[in-house]
Ligand binder design. Structure first.
Ligand code: HEM
Length: 406
């Protein structure tokens, strides 16, 4: 097959119909130059083997300062003037923007808080929050499942873990959505400023009066020595808060949508509830919450398959593309809740593998198990063709998910 070298111009379909797009790209060339939506040239990876190899390749880097400088030079080369750095200095120095050895040092500080054993202790609390949300839903005939259930559960859990007071949670959804969705530089800058300001104040409050939570523990570590600078502390709080809910929300909602679109699989799962943990792995594979992993750049030339990526190029690795690769998964476009679990890349791979995976799995198991038990006849409210996906190439999640409760 001839090598297709001209860049593919990415449009709305990467958000609204990504599986169809990746099916074509994988067949043509699983590592391919692309013009991203903001007009910059990058490389798009849609094949499983290539995605897995590149996620763990140390020649691909994330260092925030180098990435920022590179971004500006790409913008200048494309004739676009760079706006203010949307992430803002204060939110930049986190795990997903660092390479070893900084990454190794930072990761050690939070690993223990999220092991399967530690998070298992949260189960009773997660069950209580879930039941309260379902009680509130039961009073209504129809709801937006995102608003009423999929969003409040993970945001409550991560805020309680971090120690963010109840009455202060209102504005996160908007700030966080602004930061993740494609928007203007100005609105990004404002949201980043608001978020950084809020978290800095919260950290000062914990410093003055420590409480029993992860953020107070991190404040303590930061005060003790050279393990965690103030900037790194604010950025860590930001990453945990955003990564801790933006993704799980969509795991819950995308899983419900997958089930509603496959009534045979829904019936199977209802008839055999112990299938649930395996089914969650299948939901992660079939329509996971992250479309394209966070950006990486090549620190040196990288040859992968028949592609040669020069040094200093940005690489977009599509996790949902990799997870539907027929070379790795039999009949990849079929939802099969009995499929042998394992191998999907929904939580990433390599040193940046999701630190919150055990928490996400636990929340999804409680949420979906109890939702299915409580509403035996729920279904989509309206035309499934009208569902819209959020304007983000990072997060693969719905704008709304209207359901009728049965
Ligand atoms: C990293 C997915 C839930 C915290 C990642 C990465 C993925 C991912 C794909 C790697 C990104 C990359 O390499 O570019 C998910 C999914 C979730 C989820 C699909 C839910 C279904 C959570 C939760 C937390 C969390 C609940 C809560 C603490 C993090 C952090 C990282 C990360 C801190 C950075 C790890 C590192 O760079 O070492 N996640 N995540 N995630 N995730 Fe999650």
């Amino acid at each position: 097959m001839p090598v297709v070298d001209e860049p593919v111009r990415l449009g709305d379909d990467i958000i609204q119909d990504p599986h169809a797009l990746y099916r074509v790209l994988r067949a043509e060339r699983p590592v391919r130059p692309a013009i991203a939506r903001h007009g910059l040239r990058m490389w798009l990876v849609s094949g499983y083997a290539e995605a897995k190899a590149l996620l763990a390749d140390p020649r691909l880097r994330k260092d925030a300062d180098r990435a920022h400088a590179l971004f500006e030079s790409h913008l200048a080369a494309a004739g676009v003037t760079a706006g203010p750095d949307p992430s803002g200095d204060l939110l930049r120095r986190h795990l997903l923007n660092t390479d070893p050895p900084d990454h190794t040092r930072l990761r050690k500080l939070v690993n223990k808080a999220f092991t399967a054993r530690t998070v298992a202790r949260l189960r009773p609390r997660i069950e209580r929050i879930t039941d309260e949300l379902l009680d509130a839903m039961a009073a209504k005939a129809r709801v937006d499942l995102l608003d009423a259930f999929a969003y409040p559960l993970p945001i409550t859990v991560i805020c309680e873990l971090l120690g963010i007071p109840d009455q202060e949670r209102g504005e996160f959804r908007e700030w966080s959505a602004t930061l993740l969705n494609s928007g203007s530089d100005e609105s990004l800058h404002q949201a980043a400023g608001a978020m950084a300001g809020y978290l800095t104040g919260l950290i000062e409050a914990k410093r003055a009066v420590p409480t029993q939570d992860l953020l107070s523990d991190l404040v303590h570590v930061s005060a003790e020595g050279d393990q965690l600078s103030h900037e790194e502390l604010v950025a860590m709080a930001f990453l945990l808060l955003v990564a801790g809910h933006e993704t799980t929300v969509n795991l819950i909602a995308n899983s419900v949508l997958s089930l509603l679109r496959h009534p045979d699989q829904l019936a199977l799962l209802r008839s055999d509830p112990p299938l649930l943990p395996g089914a969650i792995e299948e939901f992660l594979r079939f329509d996971g919450p992250i479309n394209i992993a966070t950006l990486r750049f090549t620190a040196e030339p990288v040859r992968i398959g028949d592609a040669e990526i020069p040094a200093g190029e940005f690489v977009m690795i599509s996790l949902i593309g990799a997870n539907r690769d027929g070379e790795r998964f039999t009949d990849p476009d079929r939802l099969d809740v009995t499929r042998p679990a394992g191998g999907h890349l929904a939580f990433g791979h390599g040193i940046h593998y999701c630190v919150g995976a055990p928490l996400a799995r636990l929340e999804a198991e409680v949420a979906l198990g109890r939702l299915l038990g409580r509403f035996p006849g729920f279904g989509l409210d309206g035309d499934p063709g009208e569902l819209r996906w959020r304007e983000s190439t990072l997060v693969h999640g719905l704008d709304t998910l209207p359901v009728v409760l049965g």
